[in-house]
Ligand binder design. Structure first.
Ligand SMILES: NC(=O)c1ccc[n+]([C@@H]2O[C@H](COP(=O)([O-])OP(=O)(O)OC[C@H]3O[C@@H](n4cnc5c(N)ncnc54)[C@H](OP(=O)(O)O)[C@@H]3O)[C@@H](O)[C@H]2O)c1
Length: 343
């Protein structure tokens, strides 16, 4: 490690109002975080950043499952990193870890952090740690099986289906014997859903009436709806629920950049008529399930039964624009960024 190294950072310059913009962030150089680490702490060097739509919510000054990000500090976000200095025997120098290390080159981390660093299992690369075996895949697995109580033969609907969480949810549901309809934006993503991820049908919400197509594709109704999008798409799913249907609320990306939340859904009475349940969840509450999920995912991967797509951008200067890709539908799979070309 260079002792005179600088730490490049992207700070939250101001809270976004409406659609997040590159000017909401500020690029600065600072000295390395610490010269002498206190006992228990580690210094990590980020190699790969992972982007999650939830980061947009953390930028608002609003109550949430995590405290709002502070203005003037590096943007909170996940990363895969090498331990470069350690005062903690659980994280030796040279180990690959992942955690919420933020938009910067170096971070000091500690087991006492809200989200403590996790050792990456041997043999996994930084992109596998954040992508195929990262939080999005765990979210899909746990959201479907633990929260949604997926059953063989269920008719399953997944929105945001071509994205990081959604594409895994489609495949896991198929592997567990469900019939799956995916909703995504545009013909290219809809083609992936049926040709690559094995969905039985795909709906392009940008060019089709989702409620009408659902009614035609699945006249018996949807047993389990895994919703990443909210808004009008959630309404269309509620309108097409089967008796005793279940809705798992994973996210609501269609509203993350709204200045004021839209009212709705307008048809909640359909939950009453269909004796349906709707339940939200946050992955962080279910991390005890992560080893079992990783094991089964690993088995499917080893058998070649899971396809995974990472969208890897390159270069620290491109961090904000890479984040914005999520809200423009530009990401082609799990959105990652390799900090330096040479790493
Ligand atoms: N509950 C949890 O613990 C948890 C954990 C991780 C993620 N999540 C949630 O899971 C969802 C998916 O996250 P991800 O990481 O997998 O992202 P992603 O789906 O890989 O990327 C975001 C995608 O959302 C779609 N999108 C963007 N703006 C939209 C809009 N206004 N209306 C409809 N679709 C829009 C775009 O796809 P199209 O081109 O198809 O529009 C875009 O590619 C998010 O809601 C996220 O917050 C929840």
């Amino acid at each position: 490690m260079k002792t005179n190294a600088i730490n490049r950072q992207w700070l939250l310059a101001r809270r976004p109002s409406g659609m997040v913009r590159e000017t909401d962030f500020q690029r600065v150089d600072v000295a390395l975080p610490v010269a002498n680490l206190p006992a228990g702490e580690i210094l990590v060097r980020n190699v790969m950043l992972g982007f999650d739509p939830a980061q947009r919510g953390w930028m608002d000054d609003a109550p949430g499952y995590m405290p709002p990000m502070e203005i003037g500090v590096p943007v909170r976000g996940s990363a895969a990193a090498w331990v470069v200095a350690s005062e903690n025997p659980d994280y030796p120098v040279g180990a690959l870890v992942r955690g919420l290390f933020g938009w910067q080159d170096y971070a000091v981390a500690n087991r006492r952090d809200d989200a403590p660093p996790m050792r990456v299992p041997a043999g996994l690369s930084p992109e596998q740690a954040l992508g195929l075996f990262g939080g999005a895949s765990l979210t899909a697995y746990i959201g479907l099986l633990e929260v949604g109580r997926l059953r063989e033969g269920d008719r399953v609907l997944v929105s945001g289906a071509a994205g990081a969480v959604g594409s895994m949810a489609v495949q896991i549901a198929r592997l567990k014997g469900a019939h799956v309809i995916g909703i995504a934006g545009g013909p290219e993503k809809c083609r992936w859903l049926t040709a690559e991820y094995g969905a039985d049908a795909a709906i392009d919400y940008k060019s089709e009436n989702v409620a009408d197509r659902l009614a035609a594709l699945c006249p018996q109704g949807i047993d389990l709806f895994f919703d990443n999008v909210g808004g009008a798409i959630l309404e269309a799913g509620i309108a097409n629920l089967a008796l005793f249907g279940r809705i798992v609320l994973c996210g609501a990306i269609s509203g993350y950049n709204d200045v004021t939340p839209s009212p709705g859904p307008r048809n909640l009475m359909n939950l009453v008529r269909q004796r349906a349940v709707m339940r939200g969840f946050i992955l962080l509450d279910h991390l005890d399930q992560a080893p079992a999920a990783m094991a089964e995912l690993g088995q499917w991967v080893g058998e070649g039964r899971i396809r995974h797509r990472d969208d890897i951008q390159v270069g620290f200067e491109n961090v904000p624009q890479t984040f914005l890709r999520l809200f423009r539908g530009e990401n082609r799979g799990k959105q990652l960024l390799r900090i330096d070309e040479s790493q």
